[in-house]
Design a protein around this ligand. Structure first.
Ligand code: ATP
Ligand code: MG
Length: 316
């Protein structure tokens, strides 16, 4: 891609005391891309987003948005960016409409016709007081305020939280239109199925470390495949362990199930030493790949998926 990046995160590190929330993370997002930022709870997604928007200061490294430095040009960046925070706080006594009018006046340059269109597409109700909304309806107000000034860059922290499936579909259509218009979308998520539906590029973060940045199409190509082999008689699992490209062998009676990457040949050559009755192979979907990242997280935390630091003393 030739255009200069819309968002650049360059060796970003954020420490709270001796706890490292984000550790030497770098990536780039280009105009027209939808970037999915995936990771379990406490992985460092919101921390990275806050550093990009200068809501917290990095311990080391730098972020740039539209070529502007997050620390020195935050006002300009905020003007040209739409942001949906994960913990959106609004005024409970204002109606949805009053909230959006207030925010639109602060920003300036909002076309109210577009607000009406967003309201209709997301099936939002602007007449109620924000304090009386269901969580999904409150989230819609958050999405509308992020989109309403047609910003060049959208940064959305878990945007589909609370949205029902039909509204999610419409929201994803909106994201695709936004990217097709050459604007940039950064969204964080817990679910690969969401990211798989919309993102062009995906990054996995775990325990503050960026463990992979992939084009979605490459990731789909790399998906592991699963093979099920039926034998005439039970076979010892050891026969398949250590075979090139083979993972997760399980045996139940005369049925052997394994996951493999790349060529099936090494696995088949071992299998055919026994009396094979049938072979079936299927693609493992990305959900399972992502769950493996989660499982590693659980194992690394000694069985506890949370990695909240035990001290809460340092602040941003
Ligand atoms: N102000 C703070 N002081 C101390 N630790 C913090 C602070 N803010 C975040 N952390 C810690 O940094 C880690 C990363 O938090 P972050 O909010 O970025 O995670 P996340 O990936 O957004 O998770 P979630 O999916 O739950 O939203 C967590 O362990 C969190 O407790
Ligand atoms: Mg978060």
């Amino acid at each position: 891609m030739t255009a200069s990046p819309s968002i650049e995160v360059d060796r970003l590190t954020k420490r709270y005391g001796d706890f490292t929330a984000v550790d030497d993370v770098s990536f780039e997002i280009h105009p027209g891309e939808i970037f999915g930022f995936l990771g379990p709870n406490g992985a460092g997604k919101s921390t990275t987003i806050r550093a990009i928007l200068d809501l917290i200061r990095p311990t080391a490294g730098a972020c740039r948005v539209l070529g502007l430095d997050s620390r020195t040009d935050a006002v300009e960046i905020h003007r040209r960016t739409g942001f949906l925070p994960a913990d959106l706080a609004l005024w409970p006594n204002l109606t949805g409409k009053q909230t959006l009018q207030y925010l639109a006046n602060l920003r300036g340059g909002v076309d109210w016709g577009f607000v009406d269109e967003l309201t209709q597409r997301l099936d939002a109700d602007l007449s109620k007081k924000v304090g009386e909304y269901s969580s999904g309806n409150r989230q819609k107000i958050g999405i509308i305020q992020a989109f309403m000034h047609m910003p060049e860059v959208l940064i959305l922290d878990e945007p589909i939280t609370g949205l029902d499936p039909l509204v999610q579909l419409e929201f994803h259509t909106l994201l695709r239109e936004t990217a097709q218009a050459g604007r940039t979308v950064f969204l964080s998520s817990h679910t690969i199925s969401e990211v798989e539906r919309v993102a062009d590029k995906v990054a996995f973060i775990r325990r503050g470390h960026l463990i992979a940045v992939e084009q979605m199409s490459d990731l789909q190509d790399k998906a592991l495949r699963r093979i099920t082999l039926e034998f005439a008689a039970p076979v010892a699992p050891e026969a398949f362990r250590g075979v090139e490209g083979v993972h997760e062998v399980s045996v139940e009676g005369a049925t052997v199930t394994a996951q493999y990457e790349g060529s099936m040949a090494p696995l088949l050559s071992v299998a055919t030493r026994h009396d094979v009755v049938s072979v079936a192979s299927a693609s493992v979907d990305l959900d399972e790949i992502f769950l493996e990242f989660y499982r590693d997280e659980v194992a690394a935390a000694g069985g506890d998926p949370s990695r909240e630091p035990d001290t809460s003393s340092p602040v941003a």
